[in-house]
Design a protein around this ligand. Structure first.
Ligand code: 0O2
Length: 273
């Protein structure tokens, strides 16, 4: 069998993969009709998609967008630390959507698998989750980010002002970020979810419900989660109120500062550094 026999031609719109003709290498086991494992089918399917969509290049764009956003947020956090001696951002997580999830989302939206459909219709391939300390920090960080000239705000979903019926709370922004490569600039979609530590804790527990199909009384779990979300809302707001009260109070002077003041009172001047 020569190399050419080991290839199939994919293309045309009836197979759902756009109009580009692509040559795909299939493993000899598949071509010879030997029994093949699920893992092999899965990895072959992934490889085929890789070749057809040039997934690696596509993912490079999205991971660059994630890096850009993370850098911007880290700078804002540092600026707050220097100016106001506190960090509004507790932590930042990011992820690239998996190939399987990309395919599932295209299917859910009734779209064919093509690079164009991915780039134009999926906004959350690059995902950044920002965990803030307090609720007002969420809006402060969102505002500081979207007012930057190179960030284009595409959509805002405020699930804090308007929580989902299940109790989910978070601020979602869809943005377009420019990323620069040798061949030029490209604007890339990214989804930014901003929430407090408590909202994040809630969302990760609630998310587990998706994978626990055998819950005996799901309605009871849903009710409890909703109650928890309400309690968290109150706690978040209470904590923010306490922090605001403390914001107005001058911080205690350090021991070194107190000593320098005493020395000054005795007329002892230390040389300036
Ligand atoms: P994953 O694996 O987290 O990325 P769209 O993206 O616009 O097509 P949708 O649902 O209208 O779909 O978008 P929305 O409401 O902005 O939600 C997008 C993401 O927010 C979800 O991603 C979740 O990460 C999170 N989210 C939204 N609602 C809930 C919720 O009720 N509970 C939890 N735990 N998370 C939620 P994906 O695509 O579901 O998956």
């Amino acid at each position: 069998m020569n190399d050419e026999d080991n290839k199939i031609i994919m293309g045309g719109s009836d197979d759902g993969f756009g109009d580009d003709l692509e040559q795909i290498n299939l493993p000899a086991e598949i071509l010879s009709g030997q029994s093949i494992s699920t893992e092999m089918i899965f990895s072959t399917a992934n490889e085929m998609l890789d070749e057809m969509l040039n997934i690696k290049e596509l993912m490079l764009y999205y991971s660059a967008a994630i890096q850009e956003i993370r850098t911007k947020l880290a700078i804002l956090n540092k600026e707050y630390e220097v100016r106001y001696q506190r960090n509004p951002i507790h932590s930042i997580q990011s992820r690239l959507k998996s190939q399987v999830s990309i395919m599932q989302k295209l299917e859910k939206k009734g779209l064919l698998i093509s690079r164009e459909n991915i780039e134009e219709n999926l906004y959350d391939i690059a995902g950044v989750r920002v965990i803030c300390s307090y609720e007002d920090d969420i809006y402060r960080m969102a505002e500081a980010l979207v007012k930057q000239e190179d960030i284009e705000l595409v959509q805002t979903k405020d699930y804090i002002a308007n929580p989902k019926p299940n109790g989910y709370r978070s601020l979602h922004l869809i943005v377009k970020v420019p990323v620069y490569f040798e061949e030029g600039m490209k604007k890339v979609f990214a989804e930014i979810q901003i929430r407090t530590v408590a909202m994040d804790f809630w969302a990760s527990l609630e998310h587990q419900m998706k994978y626990k199909k055998k819950i005996a009384d799901p309605e009871h779990i849903r009710e409890q989660l909703k109650q928890c979300s309400d309690m968290i809302t109150l706690t978040d707001r209470y904590m923010m109120k306490i922090r605001k009260e403390m914001d107005g109070i001058e911080p205690e002077k350090s021991e070194v500062e107190q000593l320098l003041e005493k020395l000054k009172r005795f007329g002892i001047q230390l040389p300036e550094e």
